[in-house]
Design a protein around this ligand. Structure first.
Ligand SMILES: Cc1ncc(COP(=O)(O)O)c(C=O)c1O
Ligand SMILES: Nc1c(O)cccc1C(=O)C[C@H](N)C(=O)O
Length: 409
């Protein structure tokens, strides 16, 4: 028997995480299932930003680089994020730049740590920026060539003595499939290669254990599950054991050993600081800091349990619909989103959005629904599944206004 809405609401009432919903400012009448693409606005963010803008920028002016600690914000936020959500001991994470730029930096550093090995392995269906960056970087490294994997499951066949670096997504942005980070990293290391993980769809979706898994490098973005806001700075992780030898290619002055000596030659800073490039986006970091404060109110293990419950519930409540779930049912292989295949998925998603149920669509036929336990409840999941059922049963998605028109997301 699938649970009723009342049963869902009763479970919500008994859930300690339910209180965190009040930390978010969500518009009335909207069921937001797209926090896996752009997270919701934490209520404390506007006030925190106003404080930084008026107090630190307006009143403090340039003094705030020192007095308000702006210089150290990339490392300080990195340590907080590392401790709470990434399983990284201090001194290995910095918050800076975009995921794409950080990928360029860590892949560049990783390739230089494996000289003589030409292959940079990437999944054929990786998020395109990962493919583009791997391709662009390979063009700049004589002798390096990208090798496309049909899937992560085919990794072993490609892991030979030519393999330098393997770039993998912890969760697949289309299907929501989760890889076993520790086991896969171990296989990569057994072949003598380095493991670089894209955590865009897992940072804030489930607890990550980078140190314990022996990961070499990782990147991820701040604007999805972390709720740092549109264009929020991203993060990167460089394992302590690699830092002294790592040379990243974007050698800007914020990564210099003596930034204010203004030397003409580049010398990398100690530690993960050498992965910084230019002036940090102070206001973007402030918004991410406010969001992290909310995250620090939540136990990531409890968030994971609730996430699995929400995705499971949605899969169960939509099981009899004329859609094909592509997200794995096994909890250990599932991230925090559900993808359902439907030949007219774009129109169906548009019809849902017209009802206030916001999900998204990835060509050619995947409807994606992100489940963010900090601000979604079981009753919300029930309502979303009911809306999908009604949209499909009524055929309202066939209306001309829901036809595809080149929207950006
Ligand atoms: C797996 C993955 N990597 C990278 C990115 C994007 O990187 P950027 O923030 O640089 O646009 C996304 C989403 O946009 C993503 O889903
Ligand atoms: N980063 C995005 C953007 O700048 C505009 C629109 C969407 C996005 C996304 O995050 C897409 C997302 N990474 C995805 O999984 O498809």
């Amino acid at each position: 028997m699938t649970p009723t809405r009342e049963q869902c609401a009763a479970r919500d009432a008994a859930d300690p995480l339910h209180a965190l919903r009040a930390e978010f400012d969500l518009p009335a009448g909207v069921l937001y299932l797209d926090g896996n693409s752009l997270g919701a606005l934490p209520r404390r963010t506007p006030g925190h930003l106003a404080k930084v803008v008026e107090g630190e920028w307006g009143a403090g002016l340039i003094r705030s680089w020192n007095d308000a600690g702006w210089f150290h914000q990339p490392g300080r936020l990195g340590d907080r994020l590392g401790a709470h959500l990434l399983g990284a001991a201090p001194g290995q994470v910095v918050v800076c730049d975009s995921t794409s730029v950080n990928l360029f930096k860590v892949l560049g550093a990783a390739l230089r740590l494996r000289p003589g090995r030409p292959a940079l392995l990437v999944e054929r269906h990786a998020f395109p920026t990962d493919l583009y960056i791997a391709d662009g970087l390979s063009g700049l490294h004589p002798g390096t060539r990208p090798v496309l994997l049909d899937s992560a499951a085919r990794l072993d066949a490609a892991l030979d003595s030519e393999a330098a670096v393997v770039l993998l997504s912890h969760v697949d942005y289309r299907t929501g499939e989760l890889l076993d980070m520790a086991a896969v990293t171990e296989r990569i290391h057994a072949a003598g290669a380095l493991a670089v993980w894209d955590l865009c769809h897992t940072a804030g979706a489930l607890p990550i254990h980078l140190d314990a898994a022996g990961v070499d490098f990782a990147v991820g973005c701040g604007y999805k599950y972390l709720n740092g806001g549109p264009g929020a700075p991203a993060f990167l992780y460089a394992a302590a054991r690699h830092q002294a030898d790592a040379r990243q290619p974007l050698t800007g002055w914020f990564g210099h050993a003596r930034q204010f000596d203004f030397e003409p030659g580049y010398r990398p800073a100690e530690g993960v600081t050498r992965f910084l490039t230019g002036t940090p986006p102070v206001l973007g970091l402030a918004a991410l800091e406010a969001a992290l404060e909310v995250w620090e109110l939540a136990d990531p293990a409890a968030v994971r349990l609730k996430s699995l419950e929400l995705t499971d519930l949605f899969l169960e409540l939509t099981a009899d619909l004329d859609v094909e779930p592509v997200t794995p049912r096994e909890p250990a292989r599932r991230g925090s989103q559900v993808a359902l295949r439907h030949p007219d998925g774009h129109a169906v998603v548009q019809a849902l959005i017209a009802r206030g149920v916001i999900g998204d669509f990835r060509a050619p036929d995947l409807m994606r629904f992100g489940f963010t336990p900090l601000y979604l409840s079981r009753a919300d999941v029930h309502d979303a599944a009911t809306a999908l059922r009604e949209v499909l049963a009524s055929g309202e998605w066939r209306a001309e206004r829901f036809a595809r028109r080149g929207d950006v997301t």
